[in-house]
Write a protein that binds this ligand. Structure first.
Ligand code: NOJ
Ligand code: CA
Length: 538
């Protein structure tokens, strides 16, 4: 049978279940709520959904702390609700990808409950346990991504355990084959329920250095990590020994061997590292590990065209037969149009050109719920902050609640139609006028543009399988070419609020229409009004 590569160039819509739609009106989004809104998602013209975790969890990290990998948290519904969701999605032609948080569990997981009580129980080696130094201090200098020391004392064992994130997210010991076997078994559980793929949380954090060597400090010239999860914004260390260990590749191959027993499965790994693009290339190379991976390179604060051009060129230089998955927004970062600093009046136009940009790159794309509405980051006062990561670094870093507020469905209803109960995070009043029902009535809305543009894009195979060349940027924007044996497609983007002109590569370029943008092709150059994209072919 011919291997299907539906995921290449696919547009994946990320759903954050807590905040999508609340079907049972308790203030928290749920699986039946998602199922109810799937026709809306399908109408966007996306190929797949990625559901953030809905598994049993004490919700200290809102589901990224799993206490039972094989069940649905009652807050979100039941396993039957999940089966129903998969069925409806498939009827609508949507693939279903789910999150797998394999690197760590919740401290309430039965495995950890057992592991923590003694040094000789059957699960004693399932987590990363280490003796203190002779003076009682932690075994090494590793730091948690969420701040502070990565080691937590357990008096019953007189040992420390490793946690790369919250204290309540103990790190599983991937050097233990029994752990690996059990994790692969949970992946199989979901494959047997008919899911089409997985988003793999912190995919480069699985293995740690067995010798527990100290991480080196940063030296002059090392770039400091950016304020995004996956790389501690205030870390003064290089991640040499705590993450991204070579043994990780072995695990990824085992996982892939399992996935290859099923048809058309895909994976997208989340990579947070000091050198993420190289790791993305390595993890997706040779068709025997991950299918795709994403990094935080476009999820950080740099919006400058020359920075974008440099990321594109860097990945083109490294990726070979690997595959990127690009994202501008997700549940971990400030919503893109706010983060990249568009003036309020320009935000809709800016969001439109960003969609064109991210879907023209070589790779696949993750869109985050609400991006299609042009939602700005919500303002949340400190008293209402839920994200544990938001608290230690406040106010320099305000955490991730501002991108996790409820989807606005009906502008004139309470809580923007998300729920009749008070939602777990407040709806930002600026989101009411951007609600789905309002935008459906406006032909030039962001939502209308997403629908038109994503359909239009589908006719270009070159945007899926084409190579990328001729990257050029100026102070306002950038352009590049996608090409295959059949076609050359020029794309240009003006990210600024004034007209931009950029030169064209050699060729007899003909303007394309139907994408919803305005531009003028001239002799050897193209001129774009503010926040417009241009498409031309030879
Ligand atoms: C990355 C997830 O995207 C983030 O939300 C979570 O807090 C950490 N991994 C820890 O699981
Ligand atoms: Ca609910």
């Amino acid at each position: 049978q011919q291997e299907s590569t539906w995921w290449r160039g696919a547009v994946i819509y990320q759903i954050y279940p807590r905040s999508f739609y609340d079907a049972n009106q308790d203030g928290i989004g749920d699986l039946p709520g998602i199922t109810q809104q799937l026709p809306y998602v399908a109408a966007l013209g996306v190929d797949a959904i990625w559901l953030s975790p809905f598994f049993k969890s004490p919700m200290k990290d809102f589901g990224y702390d799993v206490s039972d990998y094989r069940d649905v948290d009652p807050l979100f519904g039941t396993l039957d609700d999940f089966k129903q969701l998969v069925q409806v999605a498939h009827e609508l032609g949507l693939k279903v990808m789910i999150d797998q948080v394999l690197s760590h569990t919740s401290d309430e997981h039965a495995w950890f409950q057992e592991s923590r009580v003694s040094r000789d129980n059957p699960k004693s080696d399932w987590y990363v346990w280490a003796d203190p130094k002779p003076d009682g201090t932690p075994p090494n200098n590793w730091l948690s991504i969420f701040g502070g020391c990565a080691w937590q004392w357990e008096s019953r064992r007189q040992q420390y355990y490793l946690h790369n994130f919250l204290v309540s997210q103990p790190d599983l010991n991937f050097h233990n084959p029994e752990v690996v076997e059990h994790l692969l078994d949970t992946v199989k559980f979901w494959l047997d329920l008919g899911v089409d793929g997985f988003r793999l949380d912190t995919v480069n954090f699985y293995m740690h250095d067995r010798q527990l060597r100290d991480n080196p400090g940063l030296s002059a010239g090392d770039s400091k990590s950016l304020g995004v999860p996956g790389t501690n914004p205030y870390s003064m260390q290089k991640h040499q020994y705590d993450i991204s260990q070579p043994e990780n590749l072995g695990f990824l191959k085992k996982l892939r061997a399992l996935l290859d027993q099923y048809d058309d499965i895909t994976t997208v790994g989340e990579i947070g590292d000091d050198n993420p693009l190289a790791l993305m290339a390595q993890y997706t190379a040779d068709n025997d590990k991950l299918h795709m991976a994403y990094t935080f390179d476009l999820l950080n604060i740099h919006r400058k065209p020359d920075y974008l051009a440099s990321v594109i060129e860097k990945i083109e230089g490294a990726i070979n037969d690997g595959w990127a998955c690009w994202a501008l927004s997700n549940h971990d970062v400030v919503r893109c149009i706010t983060r990249w600093g568009a003036e309020e009046a320009d935000q809709v136009a800016y969001g439109k050109v960003l969609l064109a940009l991210v879907t023209s790159l070589r790779g696949s794309v993750c869109l985050y719920q609400g991006e299609e509405l042009g939602l700005p980051e919500a303002d949340i006062p400190f008293e209402k902050i839920q994200d544990p990561y938001g608290i230690p670094f406040w106010p320099e870093y305000k955490g991730r609640d501002g991108c996790r507020t409820p989807m606005p469905w009906v502008g004139d209803e309470g809580n923007a139609g998300f729920s009749s109960a008070e939602p777990w995070l407040p709806v930002d009043p600026r989101h009411n006028s951007l609600a789905v029902d309002k935008q459906e009535q406006q032909s030039d809305s962001m939502l209308a543009h997403y629908r038109t543009y994503l359909r239009w894009r589908k006719q270009f195979a070159v945007l899926v399988d084409g190579e990328l060349s001729d990257v050029q940027s100026n102070a306002q924007g950038l352009r590049f070419v996608r090409y295959n044996d059949e076609q050359r497609l020029l794309v240009a983007f003006n990210l600024s609020d004034s007209d931009m002109t950029i030169s064209l590569p050699e060729g007899n370029w003909q303007a394309l229409e139907g994408h919803g943008f305005a531009f003028r092709l001239e002799n050897g150059s193209v001129t774009l009004p503010p926040y417009q994209a241009a498409f031309a072919t030879t």
